[in-house]
Design a protein around this ligand. Sequence first.
Ligand SMILES: *Cc1c(COP(=O)(O)O)cnc(C)c1O
Length: 235
Amino acid sequence: MTDDPSEQARHPAVAALAEVRAAIDAACRDAQRDPASVMLVAVSKTFPAEAIMPVIAAGQRIFGENRVQEAKAKWPPLLDGTPGIGLHLIGALQSNKARDAVALFDAIHSVDRDSLCAALSKEIAQQHRKLQLFVQINTGAEPQKAGVLPQDADDFIARCRNHHGLTIGGLMCIPPADDPPAPHFALTAMIARRNGLPSLSMGMSADFDTAIALGATHVRVGSAIFGARPKAGGV
Ligand SMILES: *Cc1c(COP(=O)(O)O)cnc(C)c1O
């Protein structure tokens, strides 16, 4: 990647980023919401630093990754170059990677079990870090998918707060691929509301406008910005 700004501006991801931002603004207008209430998390998983640099140069500051190891290898040099970048972990987190995750990430969208809560609680205290935490809800009750079942969510959120001493900022969901997403977004929003949680991480490239209409505060958009991912390293 060249350092020439005009060269970087011609990068396809930069044009795509502008389109996604415009679409977010339009969805906010339709929903009579302030565009500042929706954070774009640019999902850069599987893409190398060279593909991310032009997007940083275009002003994007919040990025999503789904693997701790990949992020740890890729991001430190990029973070050194630009102040104000925030990294969000959007994929499953093993408890034994909690230390690295707490050190590197500013938000974790995949809190879903007590063992992980205990590990996060310990690391957040030891490292004196402040992270935004989302509880992932498995709204479709898919056996292969991470997340807390909707009927267990209230109890789990209470345990996060009371037993583990964690501050939970919101909920995250990934609707089943073959379902219309709106009911899953609405269910997630309802669980958040009754638990007094302000943030909602929902909506991806295909459905972030629907998610915004239903209250999303964080949309996680990958392929609409960076292009298609190679199949093997994808979702
Ligand atoms: C990969 C991923 C995304 C981004 O998906 P796109 O369809 O490429 O926008 C969002 N959320 C999670 C949890 C992901 O793993």
